[in-house]
Design a protein around this ligand. Sequence first.
Ligand SMILES: Nc1ncnc2c1ncn2[C@@H]1O[C@H](COP(=O)(O)OP(=O)(O)OP(=O)(O)O)[C@@H](O)[C@H]1O
Ligand SMILES: [Mg+2]
Length: 258
Amino acid sequence: MPEWDAGGVTGTVSAGLVGRDADTARLRGLVEELAAGQGGLAWVEGEPGIGKTALLAEAFAGAAPAGCQVFWGACDELAQRLPLRVLTECLQVRETSPDQQRAEIARLLRGRDFTGPTPLDVVAAAVQRLVGWVEQVSMAAPVLLVLDDVQWADEASLLVLAELARLVGQIPLLLAVAARPVPRRPEVLAARRTLLARGAVLERGGCVLHHADLVAVLLEQVVYPPPAGSVDEAAVHENDVDRRWACVHPVCSPFPEA
Ligand SMILES: Nc1ncnc2c1ncn2[C@@H]1O[C@H](COP(=O)(O)OP(=O)(O)OP(=O)(O)O)[C@@H](O)[C@H]1O
Ligand SMILES: [Mg+2]
């Protein structure tokens, strides 16, 4: 591990994520199961910047080399007004898609091939067809579908998530979601409840990432223990490092329990 020296205080820098070994291992375990043909669910939640995306990226880096088809989408605060946009982008559903099914779904969403009465019917039909497409491609090779920033997901995409969650026991599909606790949208909380009810991996104090956890690890690994003789213990106490850190990490705001 690389060494650092800050004014005589030295330490080591971890190459991977700080304090996330257990979470990474748990998610990697889901990938191993997926590669062996077994689906799964994961819901990762935590405050902005706490490392949700980094954790998923680290844990899932081995999925494609293990033979899985990986689709990665991130919801967007503005695009939540556009039904299914995040999924059509990450699943590459375009009118020019090489396979007929995806091209048809794209045409459907553009209103080209639809004869029903309302736009709502278009979205409902597209939800079903997207679910069917994922189900079908998972027969060719296991599918890892990651949806990040789900706090901003549109309702139709959340419906796709819920529908896919029903299938993970039957098909090789690993559905992994990351979300901030706010904004607290009822439809996101409903999707969370659905995934958890279906056995999604969510471990409070594990996959739930809080600044307090990270700061505690950093304090342990970087600030303490000071090199013998290099720091005046009384001075450290006076500076009150713990209290200084305590001021900078915000109060956690976890999802309310259903
Ligand atoms: N445990 C960690 N060890 C090392 N770096 C970390 C750790 N957690 C987060 N980081 C780093 O902090 C930054 C923010 O992390 P990341 O983007 O994954 O947060 P996030 O929870 O996804 O935030 P957001 O809610 O805004 O999407 C990144 O540069 C990431 O590499
Ligand atoms: Mg993120």
